[in-house]
Write a protein that binds this ligand. Structure first.
Ligand SMILES: C[S@@+](CC[C@H](N)C(=O)[O-])C[C@H]1O[C@@H](n2cnc3c(N)ncnc32)[C@H](O)[C@@H]1O
Length: 217
């Protein structure tokens, strides 16, 4: 087994060797997000965006849910991978950040495919139909509630559907016993729960900030 530190140059090389290219909508969205300052670091990177689009296409996603939208980049990537007639439900609590996303979705011609709900995500998720109708789920909001989002969303995901959770390695702190940050503790509990959840097959990628990809059985 070989692994190595992924430098910015390696990451850019990998992105450049995928088929996705950033367009004007993405450039503008990145600029508007960067102007927000430090919080811009919450936005997923281009490699992860490519992967979300690819996953949406691979599962033929018609019904998708995102928990944690911020300025709308990950949702743009998911929406671009939706099948004909597909839609994405986005959950967030911040109107200012998501307003940036709404403008990007409009520019991309995707606004009518995205249903943005401004409310605590648990409140929104609890109102969704109980049937297993979701094809794709992306969890990227407040870490202490990941396990609650998981419990709302696994039963609503169809067999063969995919759930993705971001930041599960938390900059590597997850495996550092000295790290007792609240987010780390919550993510450790979440990761343990997912790893033993018999309703799904799981792979955790030590890529990006750690990405769990689970397939509903
Ligand atoms: C890491 S950011 C999401 C980044 C986004 N997926 C992207 O790639 O651009 C986390 C988001 O979760 C939202 N959030 C935090 N707590 C929440 C809650 N209880 N319900 C819904 N959204 C929440 C924040 O407002 C923030 O926009």
């Amino acid at each position: 087994m070989r692994s190595f530190l992924v430098t910015d140059a390696v990451r850019d090389y990998a992105v450049a060797h995928g088929s996705w290219r950033p367009d004007e909508v993405v450039h503008r969205l990145r600029e508007e997000t960067a102007a927000l300052g430090e919080v811009a670091g919450m936005q997923i990177g281009d490699g992860q965006g490519q992967l979300l689009t690819m996953l949406a296409r691979m599962v033929g996603a018609r019904r998708a849910v995102e928990v944690g939208t911020f300025t709308g980049y990950s949702s743009l990537c998911i929406a671009r991978g939706l099948a004909e007639g597909g839609s994405l439900l986005c959950c967030d609590i911040n109107e200012d950040w998501t307003a940036i996303g709404v403008r990007a979705w409009q520019r991309a011609g995707l606004r009518d495919r995205i249903d943005l709900r401004i409310a605590p995500a648990l409140q929104t998720l609890s109102t969704l139909p109980a049937d297993p109708y979701l094809d794709l789920v992306f969890i990227d909001a407040d870490k202490p509630r990941y396990a609650d989002y998981w419990e709302e969303l696994v039963p609503r995901t169809r067999p063969g559907g995919v759930l993705v959770a971001d930041n599960v390695l938390w900059s590597g702190q997850i495996a550092d016993d000295d790290s007792t940050d609240d987010n780390v503790l919550a993510l450790r509990a979440f990761n343990d729960r997912v790893a033993t959840d018999r309703r799904v097959d799981v792979v955790m990628l030590p890529a990006f900030d750690g990405l769990t990809i689970a397939r509903k059985l």
